[in-house]
Design a protein around this ligand. Structure first.
Ligand code: FPP
Length: 249
């Protein structure tokens, strides 16, 4: 159930009849708690979360979302116990080998945002392979945020801008919001219209800080492995009720 009150008139509105966001971000939270509630190891929660990721990605592509960004592993997640990080790396590997190839049928373009160099050479190669073999597809763009931190992304952008000013390719006067956006991992993509966080936490957790300046947030009181396509519809209906003013009236 969503934690925001609903407007009765839009309750149950047909998803094909409402304005959809072009770009949706999802913080896939609550895998560990899902497992704990069942007395299972956390890695089982991540495995179930990965199934949900597959289902929701397909669903977003089917209903016509243009960009989906999922937060899979943050720059801070390396602090987790070694066995949890190890099981997540195994899960990523099996997904990159098998499941992502499935997205071919859905025409999904796969991109990774974050610092790939933090991963094993094997994982890095799989990431690049997935990007290359999906680059020509025409469907939804799926950004998988791995070893991603928004502050890190912003610092990299600043460094690269300084480099370009120093080497003469860029004039200081050219630096504006649009130019800055072009130095981020999401260069060329629209900012997220909607970010969904399941598991009832009211935090942004270093996710798309620059890009989320005018993003609508929907917090769902559901753990990510339990998140269904009906929950996705509910988040989209809540989004459709929002009055976006971008600082205007
Ligand atoms: C946060 O939940 C979730 C993660 C750190 C991992 C998310 C990864 C997946 C769902 C796998 C997706 C696979 C691919 C290939 C993209 P948490 O563990 O912090 O949950 P908690 O807050 O309940 O402890």
């Amino acid at each position: 159930m969503a934690l925001f009150s609903k407007n009765k008139k839009d309750e149950g509105a047909d998803i094909s009849q409402i304005p959809l966001p072009a770009h949706v971000g999802i913080i896939m939270d609550g895998n560990g708690r899902w497992a704990k509630k069942r007395g299972l190891p956390r890695k089982v929660g991540h495995r179930e979360g990965a199934k949900t990721f597959r289902t929701i990605t397909r669903y977003c592509s089917d209903i016509g979302i243009r960009y989906l960004t999922v937060y899979a592993f943050s720059t801070e997640n390396w602090k987790r116990p070694e066995d949890e990080v190890g099981s997540l790396m195994k899960l990523f590997k099996s997904y990159l080998e098998e499941a992502l190839a499935d997205f071919k049928d859905d025409d999904i373009v796969v991109r990774f945002i974050g610092d790939k160099s933090g991963f094993s050479p094997e994982l890095q190669a799989l990431m690049t392979e997935n990007e290359e073999c999906s680059a020509e597809r025409k469907g939804m763009v799926l950004n998988i945020a791995m070893n991603y931190g928004s502050r890190d992304e912003i610092i990299r952008a600043v460094r690269n801008i300084c480099r370009d000013v120093k080497n003469g390719g860029l004039d200081e006067g050219q630096i504006d919001e649009s130019l800055f956006s072009g130095y981020l991992y999401t260069a060329g993509q629209p900012d997220p219209d909607l970010i969904i966080r399941p598991s009832g936490e009211y935090r942004i957790s270093n996710f798309m800080l620059w890009q989320a300046a005018y993003t609508e947030f929907v917090i769902m009181n559901k753990l990510w492995p339990d998140f269904t396509t009906e929950d996705m519809d509910e988040a989209l209906r809540l989004f459709a009720q929002r009055n976006r003013r971008y600082g205007g009236v």
